[in-house]
Design a protein around this ligand. Structure first.
Ligand code: N01
Length: 646
């Protein structure tokens, strides 16, 4: 990395950077521990009163900040002029020490190991890539074809790795563009609620995010750009919906049927990676009279750009989608009614609409190591820091609305936020305070939710929907609300993973029947009896407490690439996870899930099935999921070879 520009460019950029992060840069370039000494130790990272998002600025005096920037100026100018080298990337133990210094918190060695990979100070692909490339160069992958179903973030990430390894693959994508959820969801204000500099592939960071929480168009553009940069477009067939896949035991291959418009096709693949996500089938509520409604009606994930000006608009649902779309919808509508079944927790967010400062963008692009440390600190600050607050403390006396002391403290903070946000409509407060623990459902990042409910032209209706009529919605108390437009922000069929595809494994067993309503998989990835079928963002992989789903997916891709390496380097045809291994794993998953906020008996959500079992969420912290997926254990699998299964 070369540093462009003049001293003035550098000086301007340094006004916008994070000082504890800058200190790590200086310590790395100079190799001098002075930058990690007591004099520069940052203040503890704490969330300002009422905010989910902590202040990590370091709390330095103006004098010290200016001194650090001046020193940084001269050191970086020397690097730019070629008078100083950029030094060495940190070793694992030094990285651990640096992160502990800059956060003022203990950082476990394993956490530092994970972050070495997330920052690419260490390339995690070395674990499989050289072996796989060697197998490819020896011709062992000749004729081997992988199918990826879906060109969203999971599919694109997998394709990047297969391409790098030289494995033949095809992506079948039902839409006419890449991006999956970020292509399909277009409702007003649709965007990410994870800090953006962490919400990107570790191997394809984006230093140019315009916002701390970017909106849908920019996220979709990122995935479009990934498809180009990974050079995988020629492998994608758009407009293709997979309908059925059946395992051929004789050949150890998958026969995959898909439709493209009116045409039906069937092709054979050696392995299938399902990258269809958990949230792509809109859930249309089963409410009496829904189909009789005569006004305009659509689901949040199938947004229609109709003019809402002056209209009477009803929105059903109060999850993330509704919260995001409500303020802009209410701005246009004549009056908006929000039909709430149960309230969700909503947390205030720092920097939610703030553009990223030009100096920070510059630093992420041009200051050596800045982007790496920035990402590592983001993951520390916005990831597992919340984990202790979601774990049930058996000694916590009243488990009815919270699971431990920290969880209860968050509840109190958020109740105050409800009260302050609702302003003149304090009568809404009892209807807006959930009776389940914080993090029982996805903690929604606020974009003006309570202020919008407090508007005179917005009404919260909590009486429960009795039926939908031709002209509106009748509630259980007999009121009828006449509306012109009905928006269904009612979520997704998240429990029907892989639907509507029919998946037939060994002995013709149907995966939908095997699962019933309790989908499960080993490490969220493999199912016994379905060899060489790998699920990304599969059962029990979703994250609730904080973090980026791209992180989870990358952990799984890393695991799948090890599976393919084992296969191809040993000339085995297929891997079938052992039933007892899967059973043991999933017993543990369920046992842990019951001890987490989202397993709480009062939580009814898209995470649970009819019998209250958590099937979508990971029971692990980010750190633990990384460890769980990091190293393939070949003995976990039956190795299938045509003619002689091992
Ligand atoms: O869906 P949801 P979503 N009658 O299932 C209600 C991610 N996401 O699209 O709470 C009446 O959360 C239902 O009521 P209840 C994120 O992971 C992320 O909003 O079950 N109401 C609920 O209020 C999120 O968790 C982002 O009682 C009915 C709502 O509809 C996931 O997607 C943005 C009903 C559905 O809420 C899903 O979020 C958007 C009925 N019959 C989404 N059926 C960001 O990153 C359902 N409801 C910002």
């Amino acid at each position: 990395m070369t540093i462009p520009g003049t001293n003035e460019t550098l000086r301007a950029a340094l006004q916008d950077v994070n000082t504890p992060n800058l200190l790590l840069v200086l310590a790395t370039i100079t190799g001098d521990d002075i930058w990690l000494s007591e004099r520069y130790a940052p203040a503890p990272i704490e969330a300002p009163e009422g905010s989910l998002f902590p202040d990590d600025s370091g709390g330095y005096s103006a004098e010290l900040t200016s001194e650090i920037r001046e020193q940084a100026m001269s050191i970086l100018a020397e690097v730019r002029e070629g008078q100083r080298s950029v030094g060495q990337a940190p070793s694992l133990t030094r990285f651990q020490q640096m992160l502990a210094f800059s956060t003022g918190e203990e950082v476990a060695l394993e956490t530092a190991e994970m972050l070495m990979e997330e920052t690419r100070f260490k390339n995690r692909d070395v674990q499989w890539l050289p072996t796989l490339q060697s197998a490819v160069s020896q011709g062992k992958a000749a004729g081997f074809r992988v199918l990826i179903v879906g060109a969203g973030m999971s599919g694109l990430g997998t394709a990047a790795k297969l391409k790098e390894a030289g494995i033949a693959f095809t992506i079948l994508e039902k839409n006419d563009a890449v991006g999956g959820t970020w292509y399909e969801n277009r409702y007003p204000d649709c965007g990410v609620d994870t800090p953006n500099h962490f919400y990107s592939y570790s191997f394809h960071r984006n230093p140019d995010w315009s916002g701390y929480f970017s909106k849908r168009d920019e996220l979709h553009a990122y995935f479009e750009q990934c498809a180009d940069e990974f050079d995988i477009r020629e492998h994608i067939q758009f407009g293709c919906s997979v309908t059925r896949m059946a395992y051929d035991e004789g050949l150890n291959t998958w026969s995959v049927s898909y439709s493209r418009g009116e045409e039906q096709h069937t092709e054979t693949f050696n392995a299938v990676v399902s990258a269809v996500g958990q949230l792509n089938q809109p859930s249309i509520p089963n409410i009496e009279g829904l189909s009789s409604f005569q006004g305009a009606m659509w689901h949040s994930a199938r947004w229609r750009d109709e003019d809402l000006t002056g209209k009477r608009v009803g929105v059903i649902g109060t999850g993330c989608s509704c919260v995001q779309l409500l303020p802009k919808t209410a701005d246009r509508a004549g009056h908006t009614w929000v039909f709430q079944r149960t309230p969700h927790w909503v947390a205030p967010a720092r920097d939610y609409y703030k553009p990223v400062e030009p100096g920070l963008i510059w630093a992420l692009n041009h200051i050596p190591y800045y982007a790496e440390f920035h990402r590592a600190r983001m993951i520390l600050i916005f990831g597992d820091r919340s984990w202790p607050a979601v774990v049930v403390d058996p000694a916590w006396q009243d488990q009815s609305v919270s699971v431990n002391e920290a969880n209860h403290a968050m509840r109190e903070v958020l109740i105050d936020f409800v009260k302050s946000g609702l302003g003149p409509k304090q009568d809404y407060v009892p209807h807006c305070v959930p009776d389940f623990p914080v993090w029982g459902k996805r903690l929604i990042v606020d974009n003006g939710w309570y202020e919008t409910l407090a508007r005179a032209d917005v009404s919260l209706v909590s009486d429960g929907i009795a039926r939908i009529t031709e002209t509106g919605i009748e509630t259980n108390n007999g009121d009828h609300h006449a509306i012109d437009v009905l928006i269904l922000a009612t979520g997704f069929k998240s429990n029907e993973l892989l639907s509507p595809m029919q998946v037939l494994g060994l002995g013709g067993q149907d995966l939908a029947a095997v699962w019933g309503d309790a989908a499960n998989a080993y490490k969220g990835t493999s199912m016994p009896g379905f060899p060489n079928l790998f699920l990304l963002y599969g059962p029990n992989t979703n994250i609730v407490h904080g973090g980026s789903i791209i992180y989870q997916i990358e952990c799984q891709i890393h695991y799948v690439m090890q599976c393919l390496t084992l296969l191809l380097s040993n000339e085995i045809q297929a891997l079938d996870v052992r039933e007892e291994i899967n059973d043991h794993y999933n017993k543990e998953v369920q046992a842990i899930s019951g001890q987490l906020a989202w397993g709480h008996p009062r939580v009814e959500s898209w995470y649970k099935n009819q019998s209250g079992q958590v099937i979508n969420n990971s029971p692990f912290s980010l750190q633990k999921f990384w460890a769980v997926t990091h190293d393939l254990e070949p003995a976990d699998y039956r190795l299938l070879k045509t003619g002689s299964n091992l």
